[in-house]
Design a protein around this ligand. Structure first.
Ligand code: IMO
Ligand code: MG
Length: 415
């Protein structure tokens, strides 16, 4: 009964979409259990680039997409992505939980308003209404999928929202119509996923965002509004912790971050620009340029500990090609002490100085050559690239079993 959780080990954008797609090729279902359309998961297959924000990207491999109760859902987005799946010849049997929360346009407006109110300390949110929707959920005034299915409930809930927010929430008729459209997809995701596991099926829980964006364990307040660590698969979908048989951590071969907040290994200046261009580090959801930095081992150790990661999928290794030297932050220095693992204190983290180890890079490699490497496997990688990966395994004390060397599915090396 494999229940596999995919979790981001950095600040999001680690390439979880492609990894989920690869792991879903023989999965029965794939579940989004937290977050909303702030995620940007990309799959490139059969010459098509598919961008998912709310439906799990693993569904492009044919696994049944499920959206669980821990999510905040933008329904227009759901319908668009269903169309996208149909356009590649799939017939997605989406199942969405009755208890999933609904993002209203009011929440998106409020997201922007809160960001403006924060001024210089704005979080840099995706403005997808994530925080305000989770707030209404926590206040117990939120709208859930189930409410859309019953016009009387819907009216009552909208009236409460109107009184609370002091403005007219989304149009009743529009929401009622959305309810009619979503009705055929509504199901008991919580029971279904447990049944699949009971019958020996494979379930992939596709995490969104990354560990350092977790609302409790990340770099608060520069985080998202949900729990993003592996444990969130259990609370967000209603499966017991012992049902999770594997946790896979996804990390880029370097680090990126969108939005504000602490970033110990950030590279500024020309080299930063160069890496951003090479890696095409611009947000999938918002198009914003991402901040880039070297790989941060203490942060990854922290992320791997709190999700108890079994193995790592390392992505975008190809982007580092052509650099004479590659730096890896192996520990931190703070107050005259060294730290091997990031402290769960943002205040302390913002004061650490990274200690780097420098290793040899490898030559520039053409796309065709990468393609041949993907076909031939591990042995075909440049010696320096193999040494880089082996050094990371030593530092992290877990195997790197999957190495992605291009955005497209098929451009990877498995070990
Ligand atoms: P995937 O799933 C990268 C960031 C935003 C902002 C902070 C809060 O593609 O890895 P929010 O809109 O969630 O309230 O914004 O979190 N953020 C992400 N960064 N990848 C994501 O998702 C992200 N989802 C949210 O940039 O800093
Ligand atoms: Mg993203």
């Amino acid at each position: 009964m494999p229940g596999i959780v995919i979790v981001g080990l950095q600040w999001g954008d680690e390439g979880k979409g492609k990894i989920s797609y690869l792991l879903c090729r023989d999965a029965d279902c794939v579940v989004r259990f937290q977050g909303g359309a702030n995620a940007g998961h990309t799959v490139i297959t059969q010459g098509r680039k598919l961008k998912f924000n709310i439906i799990p990207a693993g569904s492009a491999a044919g696994a049944r997409p499920c959206i669980a109760s821990g999510t905040v859902v933008d329904l227009d987005e759901v319908f668009e992505e269903l169309e996208m799946l149909r356009s590649i010849g799939l017939d997605p049997k989406l199942m969405i939980s009755r208890s999933a929360s609904i993002v209203l346009s009011m929440h998106k407006k409020l997201d922007s308003k809160i960001e403006e109110a924060r001024g210089g300390s704005a979080v840099g949110t995706t403005r997808r209404g994530i925080g305000p929707t989770y707030s209404d959920k926590a206040l117990r005034t939120g709208l859930r999928i189930e409410d859309l299915l019953n016009p009387d409930d819907l009216k009552e809930k909208l009236e409460i929202l109107r009184r609370l927010h002091g403005e007219e929430p989304d149009n009743f008729e529009n929401l009622r119509r959305l309810g009619e459209r979503i009705a055929p997809y509504v199901g008991d995701v919580e029971l279904y996923v447990n049944d699949v596991l009971d019958y020996g099926g494979k379930v992939v829980f596709e995490g969104a965002q990354g560990t350092l964006l977790d609302i409790d364990h990340g770099t608060y307040p520069y985080v998202t509004s949900s729990n993003t660590i592996a444990g969130a698969a259990c609370t967000g979908c209603g499966v017991g912790p012992t049902r999770i048989s594997q946790v896979i951590g996804v990390a880029k071969a370097y680090t990126t971050r969108v939005g504000a907040g602490v970033f110990p290994t950030e590279i500024k200046g020309e080299l930063g620009e160069r890496l951003r261009e090479l890696g095409q580090e611009y947000g999938t959801t918002t198009g914003r340029p991402r901040r880039v930095g070297w790989l941060d081992i203490p942060l990854m150790r922290y992320a791997m500990k709190i999700s108890n990661v079994d193995w790592i999928a390392l992505t975008k290794l190809d982007v580092l090609s052509g650099l004479e030297k590659i730096r890896i932050c192996v520990e931190y220095e703070v107050d005259g002490k060294t730290l091997g693992i990031a402290p769960p204190s943002v205040k302390l983290l913002s004061r650490v100085k990274p200690v780097y180890e420098e290793v040899d890079g490898w030559r520039k490699i053409s796309e065709d050559e990468w393609r041949r490497i993907a076909e031939r496997g591990w042995e075909a990688l440049p010696d320096e690239a193999k040494a880089y990966i082996e050094l990371l395994e030593d530092l992290l004390e877990k195997p790197i079993k999957l190495i992605s060397i291009g955005a497209e599915a098929g451009m990877e090396v498995e070990r």
